[in-house]
Design a protein around this ligand. Structure first.
Ligand code: ADP
Length: 453
């Protein structure tokens, strides 16, 4: 309206001026000229506005007044709010994308033809893709696993599929869970997750159940056989006693197995022993020593130990942790040395303190030794190098698994060095936090108080 009034006002003033200067004929001339001037000015400002808009920099300064100035202002305000909105959307999209990038699961978007639109880094690693290079490529041309190809071809995406994923190391293959979720206009969202650990845990559980069943079935079969013999055959007293002795051996073997299994499950289900409860190793080591002597004597015929056994430990040596657990770990290693070292062999059992304050327990024997290929698997449940020797001597195959578990629960570590035909050295290393000395002197100068051969 103001603009119209302004134009009318200009025309009126021009008409009045024309009349005053040239009379009636001057009115037409003056109004035409004024009209032309207004048009020229509008054209000029309109052109300026067009150039300004074309430049695409609506925030750049432009000097226009009145109607044109108002127009520029509105365009500028509209542009500003649109830019702000676009920036907000952009930053939200960026946040969303980086959250999907951070996801431990792979996310991949496919268009209606099954071509890759976008994928996060995890999906790229899982499926062996290059997130930039492979964009626009058909997924089935890149992921060649037959399970995946069939899944895509069937078009039934209610359930997930499991397939081999790409892995950096050849020794450990990755197991992937993949599921497609259709969305929008026939597009697809592909989710991948690495289930290697779960698959391994499942496999371990299956192996464990199979091993336990196998270990229990063998003595049970023998026991059942003897029971049948005793029931069906008229045996002499001596024969009956012989069978009963053999049955007792099998029953003890099963008892040992069940007790080791219970120990393992207790260790797994309980928190690590507190560092505040300390006990002196003296009584424990005396017990281990007499047990080892008795076990060694069992292999001979005159009631004397058949190995040269030496025991040494600093006194007093207080260890913080579970007495029962450490007793079990220590006697497992000592008993193994006795069981796997031939008659006449040497076994050295030693506790010592490192300058850093760690307690090192080691059992060194010059027995049969263990091949390097077995060493990494030695502490696995039911792993045996010498099966017949283990069973003959009442082994369950769980001793080293229990020992390792115990030392790890005490914050320490388990090590084995061995050479076939030379011997083995099993050691347990307890951290300084698990070692306590009564006096500072004892800490500085541990004394080896007992050496017995
Ligand atoms: P087991 O009850 O069979 O002895 P362990 O877990 O204690 O089970 O030991 C696992 C295997 O390691 C044994 O079966 C044996 O073959 C081997 N082993 C353990 N200690 C020794 C050792 N001191 N010398 C040689 N072999 C050993």
């Amino acid at each position: 309206m103001t603009r119209l009034f302004f134009a009318l006002f200009v025309l009126l003033v021009a008409a009045a001026g024309g009349y005053w200067l040239f009379g009636m004929s001057g009115i037409l001339w003056a109004t035409n000229t004024a009209l032309l001037a207004l048009l020229v000015r509008d054209y000029f400002w309109g052109h300026k506005l067009e150039v300004w808009l074309r430049k695409g920099e609506p925030l750049a300064v432009i000097e226009l007044s009145g109607f044109w100035g108002e127009l520029v202002d509105r365009v500028r305000r509209g542009f500003k709010s649109r830019t702000l909105l676009a920036e907000q959307h952009q930053s939200r999209l960026k946040e969303f994308m980086s959250s999907i990038q951070a996801s431990p699961n792979g996310v991949l978007l496919l268009d209606d033809e099954g071509r890759i639109e976008w994928c996060n880094q995890t999906a790229a690693v899982h499926l062996g893709l290059d997130d930039k290079r492979d964009a626009g490529q058909h997924i089935v041309n890149l992921v060649r696993d037959p399970v995946f190809t069939r899944y895509m071809a069937q078009g039934d995406f209610k359930n997930e599929v499991f397939m081999e994923g790409r892995s950096n190391s050849l020794s450990q293959l990755r197991k992937l869970q993949v599921q497609l979720h259709p969305y929008g206009d026939n597009k697809k969202l592909v989710l991948t997750s690495d289930v290697t650990a779960r698959a391994q845990a499942d496999q371990m559980r299956r192996d464990f159940v199979a091993n336990v069943s196998h270990e229990i079935r063998t003595p049970l079969t023998v026991l059942a056989g003897f029971v049948e013999t005793l029931q069906s055959l008229p045996l002499k007293r001596v024969e009956r006693e012989k069978y009963l002795d053999l049955m007792a051996v099998q029953a003890t073997r099963m008892q040992g197995l069940v007790s080791d299994l219970l120990t393992l499950s207790q260790l797994e289900g309980s928190p690590p022993p507190p560092v505040t409860e300390a006990f002196d190793l003296k009584a424990l080591m005396s017990q281990v020593k007499s047990d080892a002597m008795a076990l060694s004597a069992l292999q001979g015929s005159d009631g004397q130990a058949v190995h040269a056994l030496s025991f040494a430990w600093p006194e007093p040596l207080l260890i913080c942790g579970s007495r029962a657990e450490i007793h079990s770990a220590v006697s497992n290693l000592v008993n193994n040395a006795v069981r796997y070292t031939p008659v006449g062999g040497t076994i050295d059992v030693l506790w010592k303190i490192s300058p850093e304050g760690q307690a090192l327990f080691s059992v060194t024997d010059n027995g049969m030794g263990i091949g390097a290929e077995h060493l990494p698997r030695l502490s696995e449940r039911f792993y045996r190098v010498d099966r017949s020797r283990s069973r003959e001597s009442g082994g369950t195959g769980l001793g080293l698994a229990i020992t390792k578990h115990i030392v790890l629960r005490h914050g320490g570590s388990f090590q084995v060095q061995s050479e076939v035909g030379v011997g083995s050295c099993f050691s347990l290393l307890f951290p300084p936090s698990r070692v306590k000395f009564e006096t500072q002197e004892a800490y500085l100068m541990p004394v080896l108080s007992e050496i017995t051969a």
